[in-house]
Design a protein around this ligand. Structure first.
Ligand code: PRT
Ligand code: MG
Length: 223
């Protein structure tokens, strides 16, 4: 049995076409059922639904053989758990694309603050990635860990800036925030448990190859 860990929402939705191209259909709709383990048309492949930030943990510890997670989640997990290299990352699926950016209120003097080297309060869910980014720039920041709605922090005076994901930019705009720096481009990656890759080499290789062909075809179709 091959267990694939996915999170509900955009990662699940964007992975379905890739699975389909690999000849695998998920036979249940996660939005309509409360089941956490979903069968597929391949009797030896099942999908488990986990929180986006739990995907690395499941795959690293063998609760799933393979999974799909955003680069944001993977890098934050590696930094937090000192887990670099514990997951095999064979493929950029080029789905759920966005960027990790710094944003402030539109009326905040970002350039002036950076120039003066003033201390900044930064709210984020990505404390490790934010720390690395500001340390590399030699900026002093106080990091405030939040678990959701980062956008609210500068509006309430909790923080001067946020580090968060941006895709269309409409959430920032709706809250009178502006993107002042892009930290990195983000997309979702396939992650594989290294022990599984040894024990289930043939079926996993076939699955990874099928994903790779599907990504190449999807990217070609966009171009
Ligand atoms: O929701 P939960 O707390 O369980 O976890 P999660 O929020 O990490 O999961 P989910 O499913 O929302 O996101 C999964 C992955 O999708 C993330 O890890 C990213 O790699 C990727 N992704 C791509 C995004 C976005 N685009 C995105 N726009 N994740 C979140 N957002 C949020 C962003 O945080 C902000 O609040 O959408 C808002 C901004 O969107 P725009 O379009 O208004 O700019
Ligand atoms: Mg979310």
């Amino acid at each position: 049995m091959i267990t694939l860990a996915l999170s509900k929402g955009r990662i699940f939705d964007d992975t379905l076409p890739l699975l389909r191209a690999a000849g695998i259909e998920v036979t249940e709709d996660p939005e309509r059922s409360r089941k956490l383990i979903l069968a597929t048309t391949r009797p030896d492949v099942r999908v488990v639904l986990v929180r986006a930030s739990d995907v690395p943990t499941y795959v690293r510890r063998g609760g799933a053989d393979i999974g799909v997670a955003g680069l944001d989640v993977l890098l934050e997990d590696e930094a937090e758990n000192d887990a670099a290299g514990s997951l095999y990352k064979p493929l950029d699926l080029q789905i759920a694309r966005c960027r990790l950016s710094v944003a402030t209120r539109a009326d905040f003097d970002w350039a002036g603050t950076v120039r003066q080297g003033a201390r900044l309060a930064v709210a984020t869910k990505y404390t490790h990635l934010a720390r690395q980014h500001f340390a590399a720039k030699g900026m002093h920041v106080d990091l405030i860990k939040l678990y959701g709605s980062m956008e609210l922090a500068p509006l309430t005076g909790l923080a001067d800036a946020i580090v968060d994901l941006v895709s269309t930019g409409s959430t920032l705009k709706a809250n009178q925030l502006v993107e002042v720096e892009k930290i990195m481009d983000i997309s979702s990656r396939l992650v594989v448990n290294p022990a599984s890759l040894k024990l289930k080499r043939e079926p996993l290789r076939q699955l990874i190859d099928a994903f790779e062909s599907a990504v190449t075809a999807a990217v070609g179709a966009q171009a």
